[in-house]
Structure formats: structure tokens, C-alpha cells
Design a protein around this ligand. Structure first.
Ligand SMILES: Cc1ncc(COP(=O)(O)O)c(C=O)c1O
Length: 376
């Protein structure tokens, strides 16, 4: 059987029962399970606010939009972001007619605080930090920088479901204005597509709820919950249709029960991989700064010849991947090419090895043996 780079594992019977509950109740849209999941997520993470959405991408958009509205930012003001990420992180800056300024990454493939400081100017308003691979990187230093320079901080926590540092979810750290999670199909907590936005400030959470529901000031669930259906509402903004739905939330609620168990297995796999590669002088492991509770969404190595290694793995029916290519190489962001030296270098050598709940120890050993035989 072929080994995929990422492959979700669902608790199928429990998920089907939870979906059946929605179908039997006749409530598959926003509300019911979405509210249950928001509460469960708040309890699991310690976030004060949580609003369920149809993806992380739309959550990042709302984060930028709301901070822009609330703080009077202008078009062409700047947000500092990372070139090593999925393009969603950077597109949302452009959705709001702002400018994405790129800072380089560090050994954790997260934003490098030293380069972030160099990229700050009079037009800088915020930083988007990606907890890449679930790693917290030097987020603590980025928080200090944002406080010092009066910048807002958005945490793209797409990979961070379950990451904790000393038992605390980094998205809840003082100084993080908003954290956005992804429950896309292959994430640590997989659904079909969905996400969560967690604002530190309750006012912003309220606004997110309204903007994600077309700008309507009372959502359908709130209006139908009291026995009679109150049809009257006002529309204060040109909002979006960004809300999550009960079917996805039903799956999320089940998968959340198994997130810590799954992440513990991820850490076991990482340990086996790390031990096997640490003495190979041609391979550099991208490790986490704290080893206790990283979600390890993906497992990356830096190797001399990535394309050949991908080919060798494929010959053995094993499929590695590349997460992610330096965004300044895409046409949209070419204006920033050459501004992040390490990112552009490392982008040529990054390979993602299989990491998921279906992997057996024997398969991990097989992958290791092929990699270590080939990269020497
Ligand atoms: C770092 C990062 N940010 C944002 C996203 C977008 O997440 P979603 O697919 O839930 O919109 C992804 C998805 O791959 C991601 O890896």
C-alpha cells in the first residue's frame, strides 16, 4: 500500500452518529453543533472567545479586516508576514488593500525576530506569525517587539491545534490579539473544511460574528432559539458568508476528543524520525524549540537534493511533499524576491515526510531506511 504524506483518520462511527444527530434534528447550518464546538474549543484551549468559520483563510481575512476597521489603518499600510507559508496567510493582507512586507524565517521556519525589527517602518501596523508545523518558534520575542512598536499580532495557528507550552496554548498568551485555527481536511483536527477565530477582545469577537454572517445583526440560530422565530433584523455592514456549519462542527466535536491522543502519536513518530536522522551529516532536522507539546502537524527535513529524494521515495510508493515554497517566488509576491535570504535558500531544500495517524512504526522505519540510504 502506498504511503501518503498527510492522511486524516476519522473516528468514523462516532462522526456518523454526530452527523445523524444534525440530520435528525433538521439543523445542519450555523448554530447547534457550531455553538457546542465553540464552547468545547474554548474549554480545550483556554481562549476566552471562539467563533466557528468555514476555513482558516476566511478567519485570517476577518482578523485583518476587523483590526483595520477598529484601528483606523489605511490602504497600503503594511503587515509583516512570512514567506514560508500557505498563500492564505499573505493573500488576506491583499484582500484588505494592505501591503505584505516579508521578514525572514529562523531555524524553526517561523518569523525571525531580528529580521522583523529590520522590516518595521512608519506604515507597519501588524505582524502575522505562523506557528509553522505547530511550532511556537520565537513567538515570545515577536510579542515583545509588537508591544514595543505598538503593532497588532495575528497568530496563524493553522498547524497549532493542540500545541501547548508548559501546558498553555500559545494563542492565549498576553499580546496575541487574535489566533486563527484550521480544521481543513488534513489538519491535526480534520473536518472537511472549517476553522476558528479567537479574538482576545470580546468586541472584536462580536464584530467577527456579524461580519461572517453578511453583516446581519442577529444570526438565524439566535433568532430561532426562543421558540418563536423572530424574523426582524438589521444589516449594519456589507459582510460575508463565512460561518461554519453544524455538520462540520459535529465531526470536529468528535475529533477533538482524540486530538491529544493523536498528537501524542505524532510526537512518538517525530522521536523515531529524529533519532534516525540526527547523526546523518547531510540532513538537517527542523525541530521545535520546546519538545513538550508541539502538535507536529508536519515533519520537515532540509536535504541537499529534495527532488531526487522525492523521486526515490515515490519509486517505493512513498509520497513526500513540500511545505511550503517561498511565497516571494510566486508572481503575486515577486516584488519581495530577495528580501528574505534564508527563506529563499531553505525553500529549495525542504521536504515533508509522511506524518499521520495511519503510519505504523514499520512504515516509519522503511521511510527512514530509504532516506538514510539515499542521502549520504
Ligand atoms: C499556514 C497555513 N495558513 C493557513 C491555511 C489555510 O487554512 P484553510 O484551508 O483552513 O483555509 C493553511 C492551510 O493549509 C496553512 O497551512
Amino acid at each position: 500500500m502506498s504511503i501518503q504524506v498527510l492522511k486524516p483518520k476519522f473516528e468514523i462511527d462516532e462522526c456518523l452518529d454526530a452527523v445523524r444527530e444534525c440530520l435528525e434534528k433538521g439543523w445542519t447550518g450555523m448554530g447547534f453543533k457550531t455553538v457546542e464546538f465553540e464552547n468545547a474549543w474554548k474549554e480545550y484551549t483556554g481562549h476566552k472567545n471562539a467563533y466557528y468559520l468555514n476555513s482558516n483563510t476566511v478567519g485570517l481575512h476577518l482578523a485583518v479586516k476587523i483590526l483595520k476597521m477598529q484601528n483606523g489603518w489605511k490602504d497600503n499600510d503594511e503587515i509583516i508576514s512570512t514567506p514560508i507559508t500557505f498563500v492564505s496567510t499573505n493573500h488576506v493582507i491583499l484582500y484588505e488593500n494592505m501591503h505584505a512586507t516579508f521578514a525572514d524565517v529562523d531555524q524553526y521556519l517561523c518569523l525571525d525576530p531580528v529580521d522583523v525589527v529590520k522590516k518595521i517602518n512608519d506604515k507597519t501596523r501588524a505582524v502575522i506569525f505562523v506557528g509553522y508545523g505547530g511550532r511556537v518558534g520565537q513567538l515570545d520575542k515577536i510579542i515583545e517587539i509588537c508591544k514595543k512598536h505598538n503593532l497588532k499580532l495575528i497568530l496563524d495557528g493553522a498547524h497549532m491545534s493542540g500545541t501547548r507550552v508548559n501546558g498553555v496554548c500559545p494563542g492565549t498568551w498576553d499580546g496575541v490579539d487574535v489566533t486563527v485555527y484550521s480544521y481543513q481536511a488534513v489538519k491535526n483536527l480534520p473536518t472537511g473544511d472549517s476553522g476558528m477565530i479567537c479574538f482576545a477582545d470580546e468586541k472584536n469577537d462580536k464584530l467577527a460574528r456579524q461580519l461572517a454572517w453578511l453583516g446581519i445583526n442577529k444570526d438565524t440560530y439566535a433568532r430561532s432559539n426562543k421558540g418563536t422565530y423572530a424574523w426582524k433584523y438589521d444589516v449594519d455592514y456589507v459582510g460575508y458568508k463565512y460561518n461554519g456549519n453544524a455538520i462540520m462542527a459535529a465531526i470536529a466535536l468528535v475529533q477533538l476528543k482524540y486530538l491529544d491522543r493523536d498528537n501524542a502519536r505524532r510526537r512518538e513518530i517525530v522521536e523515531i524520525y529524529n533519532k534516525a536522522f540526527e547523526n546523518n551529516p547531510k540532513i538537517k532536522i527542523v525541530s521545535a524549540p520546546y519538545h513538550d507539546e508541539c502538535s507536529y502537524h508536519i515533519y520537515e527535513l532540509i536535504v541537499p537534493d529534495r527532488e531526487d529524494l522525492l523521486g526515490e521515495l515515490a519509486k517505493n510508493d512513498i509520497y513526500g511533499g513540500v511545505h511550503y515554497r517561498d511565497n516571494t517566488e510566486y508572481s503575486m509576491y515577486l516584488y519581495a524576491k530577495g528580501t528574505c535570504k534564508y527563506a529563499s535558500e531553505v525553500s529549495e531544500h525542504l521536504i515533508t515526510l509522511p506524518m499521520h495517524m495511519w503510519l505504523t512504526d514499520e512504515e516509519v522505519e522503511k521511510i527512514i531506511s530509504i532516506v538514510n540510504k539515499f542521502v549520504k
